[in-house]
Design a protein around this ligand. Structure first.
Ligand code: ADP
Length: 158
């Protein structure tokens, strides 16, 4: 059974993340989308909010588990019996960071491999940080995020 971890900040989850996740579920037997607890010092949403919004956004998907973790991603992967780390690539600008991360992880653990998927062109430019910026400046984020995220952020703002 091929189990993949899709780790990230997901602050908040976007349509780009969902596109990668969906492709992952078509390739692997199970994908665990996992919010990293230690990746950002000043998060926009709490880990519990991010996990809740991911759960709300994946209701129509099969073979997905939602979780959060602390510590090294490879240790978490081993603990979950996963052999694969799933990561998404948008533009060349993602490549250098992702390559460094992947090579570091493979130096730390030979058993866990990173697989990169490329998002659909229409989601290429979407990032959580841009969405936060648009939202905080009262712009419309509905085309970039799943409906539950849009609804939750709107309700939080009222
Ligand atoms: P991290 O802080 O670990 O980079 P993110 O939540 O920003 O966490 O991203 C998680 C993963 O999803 C990363 O591999 C990132 O490149 C990928 N990703 C983010 N946005 C998109 C997008 N629009 N399309 C495809 N992949 C994306």
């Amino acid at each position: 059974m091929k189990v993949a971890i899709y780790p990230g900040s997901f602050d908040p989850i976007t349509k780009g993340h969902l596109d990668i996740l969906k492709s992952g579920t078509e390739i692997f037997d199970k994908v665990i989308i996992a919010v990293a607890r230690n990746s950002e010092k000043n998060p926009f949403l709490t880990v519990d909010e991010r996990v809740m919004l991911i759960k709300e956004s994946i209701k129509d998907m099969q073979n997905v588990e939602v979780d959060s973790f602390e510590g090294l991603t490879i240790d978490y992967a081993k603990q979950k019996g996963a052999q694969i780390l799933l990561r998404g690539l948008r533009a060349v600008s993602d490549f250098e960071y992702e390559m460094q991360l992947s090579q570091t992880n493979s130096a730390l653990s030979k058993e866990v491999k990173t697989v990169f998927l490329i998002t659909k062109p229409k989601y290429n430019f979407i990032s959580s940080s841009t969405i936060r910026e648009i939202f905080l400046n009262n712009g419309d984020i509905s085309m970039f995020v799943p409906q539950p995220v849009c609804d939750y952020l709107k309700s939080r703002n009222q």
